[in-house]
Design a protein around this ligand. Structure first.
Ligand code: SF4
Ligand code: MG
Length: 336
């Protein structure tokens, strides 16, 4: 199967050559049709920048893809002209971002906005049909009485309802790829679960490959079949979601899991990972996680660990993860 999106060794730099800051450093992952890939990491880890750069949405300059490739259904986006990329993005990629109000037009009824999203990419459909399809989409994303609500404006809806409208627009053209970047972060907890359900249904309906970006491991755990863990612009660990959550190999993944409020048990003791994620300006030498890693050894500060395959389905960037018969494990002389 050709992956819907395949990112290889993607490196994104900001600023002038020679004095560049790397926001994304050698990131590799892909997502297949119908699959949900969860990208998790603290804010500033490069999760969003990777995708924005991959899809030609970062202003260049100052951002620049300095290395790597991006293939959308086998076509290299990084070397395609901007107009063609814009076409693919508009027709085949649906976006769901954190703050729904900013992606909606305040002075247009939501029925018209959804219909417009359809007409822009299908000039032959006609306004009336597009309006009917908009109403269908609204009921698909669980909006009650869509005929009536179609005549209302974004400010008349709650945050959760607005996010449903954004999802309706995102899937209006049967996208091949859905990107949901912190789609529930601005919503309260009960609404979060509903919106995740709507995204799951939207994905099932369209069969789109989905990339869910979140700082919240709980959200990722509920949705993803594959996980990519990012830190300081790099991938630390990736693999099958269940495997990674049950048996994290990278110390950063383990720390993320430890500090996530557990889903079954109550919030007994949440200990955030000590220290802060690094800024682009002061990237640590060697393993970027070493200042916060309780397993660090001397080598960690001087050598960048290679991102390599462990077992059949896992990739890890840590000097001390070894392959074993059961998959892999962390082997360090002593924890500090
Ligand atoms: Fe920790 Fe060293 Fe592994 Fe980095 S390479 S995660 S510092 S043990
Ligand atoms: Mg982000």
């Amino acid at each position: 199967v050709v992956p819907t999106l395949s990112i290889k060794d993607l490196t994104v730099s900001f600023g002038k050559p020679g004095r560049e800051l790397l926001a994304v450093n050698g990131v590799t992952y892909d997502v297949q049709p119908g699959e949900t890939l969860g990208v998790v990491g603290e804010s500033g880890s490069g999760k969003s920048v990777t995708l924005l750069a991959a899809l030609g949405l970062l202003p260049s300059p100052p951002a620049r893809i300095s290395r790597g490739s991006v293939e959308f259904q086998g076509r290299d986006l990084a070397r395609m002209d901007a107009k063609k990329v814009r076409q693919i993005r508009g027709k085949d990629v649906g976006f769901i971002f954190q703050e729904p109000l900013t992606s909606l037009n305040p002075v247009m009824t939501i029925g018209d906005q959804i219909a417009e999203a359809i007409v822009v990419h299908d000039q032959n459909i006609g306004w009336q049909k597009a309006r009917a399809r908009a109403v269908e989409l609204m009921s698909l994303v669980g909006m009650p009485d869509p005929e009536r609500l179609a005549k209302q404006y974004p400010h008349e809806f709650s945050g959760g309802m607005r996010q449903r409208i954004v999802i309706a627009i995102a899937i209006a053209n049967n996208p091949k790829l859905l990107i949901a970047d912190e789609p529930t972060t601005a919503l309260d907890v009960t609404v979060q679960a509903q919106i995740l359900d709507v995204i799951r249904e939207a994905q099932e309906k369209t069969g789109a490959a989905t990339i869910l970006v979140s700082h919240d491991l709980g959200v990722i755990a509920q949705m993803a079949s594959k996980i990519v863990v990012m830190y300081a612009g790099r991938v630390m660990e990736a693999g099958d979601a269940e495997d990674v959550l049950e048996n994290p190999l990278h110390p950063y993944t383990a720390a993320l899991i430890e500090c996530a409020p557990t889903m079954e048990s109550e919030l007994k003791d949440i200990h955030p990972i000590p220290g802060q994620s690094p800024s682009l300006m002061e990237m640590p030498s060697g393993c970027p996680f070493h200042p916060r890693c309780r397993y660090r050894q001397d080598v960690c500060a001087s050598r960048v660990p290679a991102y390599r395959a462990i077992g059949s389905d896992r990739h890890v960037a840590c000097h001390f993860v070894e392959e074993t018969a059961e998959g892999g494990r962390l082997v360090v002389p002593a924890a500090i």
